[in-house]
Ligand binder design. Structure first.
Ligand SMILES: C=CC1=C(C)c2cc3[nH]c(cc4nc(cc5[nH]c(cc1n2)c(C)c5CCC(=O)O)C(CCC(=O)O)=C4C)c(C)c3C=C
Ligand SMILES: [Fe+2]
Ligand SMILES: [Fe+2]
Length: 374
């Protein structure tokens, strides 16, 4: 690999061009989903998911009994039915994650041919697991890892479990990789643009509703009170998209969906908002769910079906769900934009070995050097 800067000192002084391309792993990580739309598979999934202390902060012993006596015996049957109603050959989330992996693999391999990049699917709960993905990269001797959790807004309940899994893996290893985790991208211009364009495309095809509802997955209010920045990230995402769309205040609203358990969650609630709008005889509403990078149970069933029923039963008119970004080209562009600077830095290191890149000196440094030249 030769340096692109013709005047660079590394062209003469750097070690011989490496014969092997640096191996890089990109982990595209999402929450996880059951392996089948059956009560047994949903039980296995919920047991793992709801045993995570990041997700459930109830004291362990109390939660052990609630989970085993009430939730795992009762909930899977009902939730499996909901999964069955959205299942294709696969869980939509897993199917989309695999499509995203294939699209990102094609994109980054083309844009960084000097690197040997492997893009892998990974999930916090269920298969393919983050643990297995890490083991695979380790076995292949991949020393450069980039982790992209597909949660645009950071939450201790969604993003942090991936950090935890990596942190638990680290003490078991002797040879550790170089590691970068992209914490969030809730205000990244490419993400905002992808969302705004998907909304505009929906309006072009179906017309614009009276109101646009940004419905985000909720978290319990006490978690936010203790410092989880997630609700602020959600509001910032919505405000940025609204700026891009040029909407007035009365044309849009933020709400939070998917409550679980008895405690208070971040408000306003999506179902209560839609019921109130229905009672006000709102003629039309569009709902978009920016926290979900892939369509899943919470969008295809809860938003597209359950909440439509709530709105229209209360007296509301036309109801449309604007699908997640999934593997749309602008979403893949966004992932490429998040990854590319990091890949370029690795490629640059590969080209230069450990040398400092003096070709990138500031003009002041350059002037000083030339004035000192004999
Ligand atoms: C206290 C419980 C939960 C918190 C906190 C929570 C946060 C959270 N979740 C997502 C994204 C998804 N959650 C999904 C399903 C789901 N979520 C919970 C509970 C909490 N989530 C449960 C129990 C379930 C399973 C379904 C059910 O039993 O109701 C999904 C869908 C997965 C799928 O298979 O399709 C997603 C996606 C985020 C982003 C988040 C915090 C910000
Ligand atoms: Fe150089
Ligand atoms: Fe959830």
């Amino acid at each position: 690999m030769t340096c692109v800067n013709e005047s660079c000192y590394c062209r003469e002084k750097s070690p011989a061009a490496p014969t092997e391309r640096t191996k890089v792993a990109i982990f595209l990580a999402n929450l996880g989903t059951p392996t089948a739309p059956t009560a047994a598979a949903v039980r296995t999934y919920l047991r793992e998911f709801l045993s995570d202390t990041r997700v459930i902060e109830v004291p362990r012993l109390i939660w052990f009994f609630i989970l085993r006596l009430f939730i795992l015996p009762l909930r899977p049957k009902r939730v499996a039915k909901a999964y069955a109603s959205i299942w294709t050959n696969e869980s939509p989330m897993r199917e989309t994650l695999l499509a995203q992996v294939a699209a990102v693999q094609a994109r980054v391999s083309a844009s960084h041919p000097q690197l040997d990049i492997t893009v892998l699917p990974a999930m916090s709960y269920g298969e393919p697991s983050m643990r297995d993905a890490m083991a695979q990269c380790h076995a292949q001797g991949i020393d450069q890892w980039l982790v992209l959790p597909l949660f645009p807004q950071y939450s201790a309940t969604s993003t942090a479990p991936l950090y935890d899994q990596i942190a638990r893996w680290i003490p078991q290893q002797r040879r550790l990789p170089s590691l970068q985790i992209i914490r969030d991208y809730h205000a990244h211009p490419r993400y905002i643009r992808a969302l705004a364009e998907s909304i505009k495309a929906h309006w072009a095809a179906h017309g614009q509703a009276e109101k646009l509802l940004f419905s985000f997955h909720g978290i319990p209010q006490p978690y936010a009170d203790k410092g989880d920045p997630y609700p602020e990230h959600c509001r910032a995402t919505a405000a940025a998209v609204v700026r891009e769309l040029g909407l007035h205040d009365e044309q849009w609203c933020v709400s939070f969906q998917s409550r679980f358990g008895l405690q208070e969650w971040v408000k306003p609630y999506t179902d209560a908002t839609l019921e109130a709008w229905g009672k006000l005889k709102l003629a039309s509403v569009d709902v978009v769910c920016p926290a979900f990078s892939a369509d899943c149970l919470e969008t295809l069933e809860e938003i597209a079906e359950e909440n439509r029923e709530i709105f229209q039963h209360a007296g509301g008119g036309r109801y449309a769900y604007i699908g997640a970004l999934n593997d749309h080209a602008l979403h893949i562009d966004m992932m490429d934009a998040l990854l590319s600077p990091r890949l370029s830095a690795i490629a640059s290191e590969q080209a230069h070995g450990t040398l400092t890149h003096i070709g990138e000196q500031t003009s002041a440094q350059a002037a000083l050097l030339s004035s000192q030249a004999p």
